[in-house]
Design a protein around this ligand. Structure first.
Ligand SMILES: [Zn+2]
Length: 258
């Protein structure tokens, strides 16, 4: 299995070699580290170089950090993006839920990264929260030019998922699917995502799956819990865990070219 999104550059991960060991023990063999800022991207690249073929990374700036985007950051991200360990641009997009950066600033940071992905022809790792209409509007402007794109940590509605699929996007599902109280509607989303468009991710250390029998006391999520997400998806798509594992791995390898 491959975890397409982990925030390894987080102070909650002082034990990275053990995190890898526990992941591999349950067959999560590869992980893609999410670049959420220039510093996180630089550090993620270093980890990917330290653990080749186990770690890969994305290069980008999360909408929360859009206010830090400037010419210097742009040229650094562009330079890092050329590294072979960098398998996607992002995470980038819009987050109108928290609004940690002003919306016009989020938009220009997002557009700059779309242009970068088009220029370097690497896939896009996208984040959209409470910004569906604007996000679709911007992506539509670039349609026909965009590389393959995955909307990660999808928690939207069935009709939003349908729009993304119609636009040709892939969908990344996290442990949010197991949170039936908050995201019960995702059961219906699971049923409608074709197997050739689905990928899985923990978004660790966040989004600890709710279906872990003995959850860790500190509630920290990590890649070794990816099988719980797969299990939940299998149950609700009426497919076997083996089928979901094999399909998501195949789709992920092709998407990120790893
Ligand atoms: Zn995100």
């Amino acid at each position: 299995m491959i975890d397409i999104g982990i925030n390894l550059i987080n102070k909650r991960f002082p034990d990275i070699p053990e995190v890898i060991e526990r992941a591999k023990f349950v067959d999560v063999k590869q992980m893609i580290l999410t670049g959420t800022s220039l510093v996180a991207t630089q550090k993620s690249l270093q980890w990917a170089q330290k653990y080749p073929k186990t770690f890969y990374a994305t290069a980008g700036v999360h909408p929360h950090h859009a206010k830090d985007w400037d010419d210097v950051v742009e040229s650094q991200i562009e330079k890092i993006a050329a590294s072979p360990e960098i398998v996607a641009i992002g995470e980038c997009g819009l987050d109108f839920d928290r609004d940690f950066s002003p919306r016009p600033v989020q938009e220009s940071c997002f557009r700059a990264q779309l242009a970068l992905a088009i220029a370097c022809q690497k896939p896009l790792f996208l984040h959209e929260r409470a910004a569906f209409d604007r996000f679709v509007g911007i992506m539509t402007e670039y349609q026909g030019k965009l590389p393959k794109s995955v909307v990660h940590c999808f928690t939207g509605s069935v009709s939003e998922a349908k729009t993304y699929l119609d636009m040709g996007f892939y969908i990344g599902l996290t442990g949010a699917v197991t949170d039936e109280r908050r995201f019960g509607h995702l059961k219906d989303v699971i049923k409608m995502i074709p197997t050739d468009r689905l990928m899985v991710e923990t978004d660790a250390p966040f989004m600890l799956p709710k279906n872990i029998r003995n959850p860790p006391a500190d509630k920290r999520n990590e890649p070794c819990y990816l099988p719980y997400i797969v299990r939940y998806i299998a149950t609700h798509s009426q497919k076997s865990e083996k089928t979901i594992m094999e399909n998501t791995t195949k789709v992920t390898k092709a998407f990120f070219d790893i």
